[in-house]
Design a protein around this ligand. Structure first.
Ligand code: CUA
Length: 347
């Protein structure tokens, strides 16, 4: 019986590509979540109307009138009691079944998924691609099932992509996974949904759904930036892609960490009273062992990037920070227009 009900239910509900009143537009043609949501919404709305309707009716029908005597309270009615027990049980059963089907669909990745890794940290997402490239935005090929295997380096984060109807906690010390199939090319929001500290609200990323060709071209190009760009330019990209920007500004504004503007070569007072010159070695140490020397006035909240950045990455980052201390700020070379945004994105 359930199978028959299920097939009726799964036919004829078109998925909304544009934003609706209740849900944002979906980028997938298989939004099992939407069915459950609308099912519960409809059932709850009908029950609400029924309850409020009956209340209003009884208020009017049995209101106090001069000369009217209160009727005797009924004590037992087997038929009535059976009815109001059986009907809710059936309703709960239907909701459970639909929820269970949608949950299993969400949990069970189809064979042949395209696998990507996700690493979350305070307060940035890192998407790790099969060729080793790490990016702060998620690029996926359209029309193919994609599975994300996720873990956190510090506290619990939550990965949420409303347009793809997936949401899953990202937990330190273990792996969680989600899968989805993005059918509609475009850019979609990705958010963190577990309160994870200071900059939780800026732990955002973009999901770029691209055609297979665009995706392959992007990935090949994206992984090469260390070789093709001047070190300071590559460092600027890394600064954005690895989440440095969440805590360290480049305009002098103090954030969770010190701003990078004009710090290179300066003497800084540390929390333990020492003075330290901000040079290549200090920056290298601060990336690999952030707790070693904390600048006075800041909390020791940064976690290490050991194993996550290469020596070339560190050199590029140092060159970028150095470039922020020069009289004339970093100029974009003519051959590369800020490659941090939208390179090779098929729109
Ligand atoms: Cu990560 Cu909130």
């Amino acid at each position: 019986m359930f199978a028959a009900l299920d097939s009726i239910w799964h036919v004829g509900l078109p998925f909304a590509q544009t934003d609706g009143f209740w849900l944002p537009g979906a980028a997938t043609t298989d939004p099992a979540m939407d069915r459950v949501f609308y099912l519960i919404l409809v059932i709850c709305s009908l029950l609400f109307l029924l309850v409020v309707g009956l209340m209003t009716f009884f208020l009017v029908r049995y209101r106090r009138l001069p000369g009217r005597k209160a009727e005797k309270t009924a004590t037992q009615n087997i038929l009535l009691e059976a009815t109001w027990t059986v009907i809710p049980v059936v309703i709960v059963g239907v909701i459970f079944y639909q929820g269970f089907v949608a949950y299993m669909r969400m949990q069970t990745a189809p064979p042949g998924c395209y696998d990507l890794r996700v690493s979350a940290r305070q307060w940035a997402w890192q998407f790790i691609y099969p060729n080793g490239h790490i990016d702060d935005n998620l690029h996926v090929p359209a029309g193919e099932p994609v599975r994300l295997t996720m873990t956190s380096e510090d506290v619990i984060h939550g990965l949420w992509i409303p347009a793809l109807r997936v949401k899953m906690d990202v937990v330190p010390g273990r792996y969680t996974s989600v899968w989805f199939r993005a059918d509609k090319p475009g850019a979609y929001d990705l958010l963190c949904t577990e309160y994870c500290g200071d900059e939780h609200s800026s732990m955002l990323a973009t999901v770029e759904v691209q055609t297979r060709e665009d995706y392959d071209a992007w990935l090949k190009d994206a992984a090469n930036y260390l070789k093709t760009l001047p070190p300071a330019e590559a460092g600027k990209l890394l600064y954005k892609r690895r989440g440095c920007a969440q805590c360290h500004s480049t305009d002098g504004t103090a954030g969770t960490g010190p701003s990078f503007l004009g710090i290179f070569g300066k003497s800084q007072k540390m929390a333990d009273g020492r003075s330290v010159i901000i040079d290549d070695n200090y920056i290298r140490e601060s990336i690999l062992e952030p707790q070693a020397k904390i600048v006075a006035g800041y909390q020791p909240v940064m976690s290490t990037y050991k194993g996550l950045v290469s020596d070339d990455d560190i050199t590029a980052l140092i060159e970028f920070i150095k470039s922020l201390s020069k009289k004339s700020p970093l100029r974009a070379p003519t051959h590369s227009v800020d490659r941090g945004e939208g390179q090779g994105v098929g729109k």
